[in-house]
Design a binder for this molecule. Structure first.
Ligand SMILES: [Zn+2]
Length: 247
């Protein structure tokens, strides 16, 4: 078996047999990789504590018959701050779950790894009151990288400037003027401004800025609907977070 090195973020771990774990990883070039960490559940395992979801690691992997096999793991950033407080760990779970569903096996999206690391670092450090805006920005940016960058400058249907209380088309991924809006979810002009600002700002800036609570909850609700509409899998961590699990 030839071994190779891989920097990756651990998204998920699943028990396998008596003592092993299957890891779902997001590689630095934005691919989903699955690997077995043999004996990881034994208390004496050299992998213990290094391969928790949210950790960035440098791995040595050997190609197995069906899955890669981890032969060595060195911590790059454990992001241990994510696991010390409930609010941070539920916010981080949303990020890891969405990455797991948005990254396509065999397909690369390099920017996803950078976004993931910046988001997790921001969640570790942000004032708890700013976590929801950070999660909202992550959903928005991840969807943009996935090919669903929301169109916010004009009505996505008739191209007018769309003033006042506007709609948001989940299907077309953009704002709708009052004439075209129909039954689409509604949003305020200030929420539209917030979405544009979140799209243009870095995670560090977002996590460090006091933002208006009403607009943060409106944009979060909208992004939740948008992500759920376009990703085929059920996003359990996002549902839990939206239903108060993150408060
Ligand atoms: Zn219109």
């Amino acid at each position: 078996m030839t071994a190779y090195s891989l920097r990756a973020l651990v998204l998920r771990k699943t028990k396998l047999g008596e003592a092993d774990m299957i890891l779902t990883l997001l590689s630095a070039d934005g691919r989903i990789v699955r690997a077995v960490a043999k004996g990881m559940r034994k208390p004496t395992s050299r992998f213990a504590g290094r391969l928790e979801p949210g950790s960035v690691v440098d791995l040595m992997l050997a190609r197995g018959r069906t899955l890669e096999v981890v032969s060595d793991a060195r911590s790059v950033d454990l992001h241990s701050g994510l696991r010390t407080e409930y609010e941070r760990s539920t916010a981080a779970s949303v990020v890891l779950d969405v990455l797991d569903k948005i990254a396509v096996e065999g397909q690369t999206e390099e920017r996803l790894f950078g976004l993931a690391c910046a988001t997790l670092s921001a969640i570790e450090r942000a004032d708890p009151g700013r976590l929801r805006a950070t999660v909202t920005a992550f959903l928005l940016k991840a969807m943009a990288m996935h090919g669903y960058r929301p169109h916010l400058d004009s009505c996505v249907s008739c191209a007018c400037s769309a003033r006042g209380r506007i709609g948001f088309s989940l299907e077309a991924g953009g704002v709708l003027c009052p004439t075209c809006g129909g039954s689409a979810p509604q949003m305020s002009a200030s929420s539209r401004e917030l979405l544009s600002w979140l799209l243009a700002s870095t995670m560090d800036t977002i996590a460090g800025t006091e933002l208006p609570a009403r607009e943060v909850s409106e944009t979060f609700a909208l992004m939740r609907q948008f992500v759920t509409y376009h990703l085929p899998a059920r996003l359990k961590a996002l549902e839990f977070y939206a239903n108060g699990g993150g408060l």
